[in-house]
Structure formats: structure tokens, C-alpha cells
Design a protein around this ligand. Sequence first.
Ligand code: XMP
Length: 500
Amino acid sequence: MRNVDAFFQKMDALALALTYDDVRLKTAYSEVDPREVNIETRFSRNIPLKCPIVSAAMDTVTESRMAIALAKIGGIGVIHKALQPEAQASQVKRVKLHLNGLIEKPVTVSEHRTIQAIEEMRREKDYGFNTFPVVNNDEKLIGLLTRNDFDFCENWQLTAGEAMTPLAELTTAPLGTNLETAYKTMRDARKKVLPLITPTGGVGGMFVFSDAKRLSKSSSLSRHNVDANGHLRVAAAIGTGEAEIARAELLIKAGCDVIVIDTAHGDSKNVYDTLKVFKKLYPSIDIVVGNISEPESAARLADAGADGIKVGQGPGSICTTRIIAGVGCPQVTAVYNCAHAVRGQNIPICADGGIRNSGDIPIAIAAGADCVMLGRGLAGTTETPGSVKETPKGRVKIYRGMGSLGAMQASKASRERYRQGDVASDKLVPEGVETIVPYQGDAEPVIFRQIGGLRAGMGYTGSGSIRELQENGDFRRMSGAGLTESHPHDVTIIESNHNS
Ligand code: XMP
């Protein structure tokens, strides 16, 4: 039996449920260098992560800017659903188009156009690039114009056909070539551009070496979380019912990689009904379902076909569900119980809510989570929606629960999350609060610190990978005095450095 199972069995015998501040991980013999640990994991069956951080589907946390920041660091952002479906889909599109692993429709030029005319078009349309596939009257690729052809051109009346590098001297690849193959082909041929050719000789896309290098798995530069075409991965939230299936359709058309059924009670009939319809319509798209906190719920969701499960009912910094409704389970026990219930079924668990310090992340993972979702941890960063406000106490941003009065009044989707879709505005029962949090600056260093804490925890416990932390992590229960001792004490802090 794993140590973690023995620990939670003991707690269960005492009918005791625990959360982050109740436990710490035991240190263990280690040969693990925190800088070298492998923090790759998954959000759902088929959606990998290069780091286990997911941003919350909240209107003060995740739109395209946050999702881009997260995917660039290897995580994933879940675009919130308190937006009209078209607006939410356009946020998804922004993430997908942010990096051009594959330029699907490169701007081509006719062989008869002069270099001068092409340069004028470039300026007029404000194109930031100088690489143009050249096509003949039949739209077949016959060559390539690159920056050099413009820089070294002395006769601007030359046509593209005269100035270009002809097809015979180019390296090309067939339509459908993926990013990895494209990167290796360009690297081996020492070519900066790789046009893709359709079966009829037309231009089917184009890879550019600098982007491919940044995105390729085989490149040491890449820590981005990208799909097979080199586009950043993104998730988006839906609710339940027919209209939300229509929302999912728009999101998937926009390129969304994984859908999240985002409700306050994932073990509900309307969730199962929506999950069933979704799986029938989109068997190849992963769907993560939440939130739940009991093992029986996890088992039911697994049986119903969820590709990932989100755990957390009431642990969030802005949540009041446990206070208002009297339900829920402290988060570490909830994560353990749910993960244990679906162990061996290849269904990743996302620990959602209640992460206060970076040290809570290795704890969540040792309890069985594959990744963690952060609201408060990312709130107040530059990439969250909303502006920075100057106050006498410093710069702040708004962070609010999706079940707060303001969020529920602003959007039906938020009311539906708390099953109050048609409730009049003055009859709403909030399950969350509206707050301000200090402005934290850019998300990247904030996430970097969180990942740094995880790496340190993995070093102390001798865990070289997320899987090893899940298998070997062992807990010790901590008293209130132990917690006090853990934080700085009997001192006056003069420089906080975000680590107290
Ligand atoms: P943290 O602790 O990271 O938690 O701020 C974020 C998670 O909290 C959930 N959430 C809510 N839960 N009432 C709740 O009971 C709310 O108003 C609310 N809004 C968000 C959600 O799961 C999020 O990811």
C-alpha cells in the first residue's frame, strides 16, 4: 500500500477531512535536483501540459491574454463563459492565432507583380513579414520571395518571377506536414522557410524556422504548450443544456483544444445529460467535468466518459458555498478521495481552488492531482481582464467569485453555474464574494515562483516526476502550532519577496 493511502485511511477512520494547512509532505532521501525535475503532466486524457498550472474560468482571471501567458509557460488557460458564445470563441481564436507554427494561408504574390508593387502592398497592409510564395496564373507555387530579395534588389521594376528563388532551389513539403517534421526538415536543409504544397501544386501553408524552433518539442527553447501545428493550446468553459452544446460547437470551430463543463455541482443530472450529448457529437474532443468533491461522484463521472475531472467545492479564496449551503469537503481530502476513486482509469484530476502558497501545489499533487487550477494565485496580474486601480493602499485589481452578486447579475452563465439561471436579480443567493487584490505585475514571474515551489517540493521529497510525487509522497498531519512555526514568526519582515 502506498504511504499516502495508509495516511488517508487513518484520517478516514477518524472521520477527519484535511486541507492544505493541515498537512506537510515528509522529506525523503533525494538525488533529485529541483532544476532537473520533470513537471510534465496532463489536463485531460489527451491534453498534455508542460507544467501543472491551469488558470480558472473566471471573468476576472482568464481571457485570451491569460491563456496565452499560461500556454507559453506550458500550462493552459480556461476561457470563462460569462461571455456571449461568439465573444468567447473569438477569445479562443486569439490564443490559437497568437503563434504561427503553421501559417495556414500565407499571402502569395503573382509572378507578374513588380517588387515595387509588392513592397507598396506590404507597407499599405502593414505586413510585418517579407516572405511571399510566388504563384503562376494557375495558382501553382513557382518560387519564393524573401527579405534578401527586397534588401538586395537594385531594380524595383523586376517582377516577382524574375527576382524570386525558383522552386527547384527551395525545400518544400507536402500539405499535412506537422510542426516537428517541418522543424527537422528546415534544420537539416538549413532553410528558413518551408512552403507546403497541395496535391495540385498550390500553396497549402508555410512554416517559418524561427517560430518552429521556438515551438518544436525537439528544440531546447520550447516550453510552450502547443498543438501539432504549433498553435498554443487553450481550454474554454461551457455550462449545461442545449444552448451550451451550441456554445461548444462555436468554441471547437474556433480551435478550442479541450472543453470544460464548469459547474458548482458536477455530479448533477444536467451535467451528465450534457456530457452524453457532447461525447456523441465530439468523440475526439476531450471534455473535463467539474466540480465535485466526493469519490462516488468521481467514479460516476468516469463511468459517464469524462476525460478529466475537476475537484473542489468551496475551497476557493472567493467561495462561500460551504458557508451558504453547508456542503463540501476540505480540499486535500477531496482531491485524495476523488483521485483514488478513479485511479488507474487514465483520467487526470485537476485540484481547483484553495491554493494559497506554492507549497500547496506539491501537496495537491501528492494527494493525487495531476494539475492545479489557480484563481487567486493569478488574480491581480497584468494579463487578467480589468484595469489596475490606484487606491490609497496601492495598486489593485478586482477579483470576484463567479457566484458573487456582481458576477451573477452580469451574466446568466454565472447564475447557471449556481443553478439560479432564471432567478430575479434581487432574489439571487450569492455563493461568492467580490474583492480587490494587490496588482501583482506580469503573470510569468508569478507562475515561475509557483513552479519553483513545486520543483523545490519535488527535490525535498526525492520525486523526479509528477508521477513519482503521486506514488511516493507521504503526508504528516500538522497542528495549528506547527503551521504558525512554518510561517515567519517573531520577526518583523522588511522585504516580503512573496515567500511568507
Ligand atoms: P482560488 O482559491 O484559486 O479558487 O481563488 C478559484 C476557484 O474557485 C471556484 N469559484 C467559486 N466557488 N463561489 C464558489 O463557491 C464562487 O463564487 C466561485 N467563483 C469561483 C472556481 O472553481 C475557481 O476555479
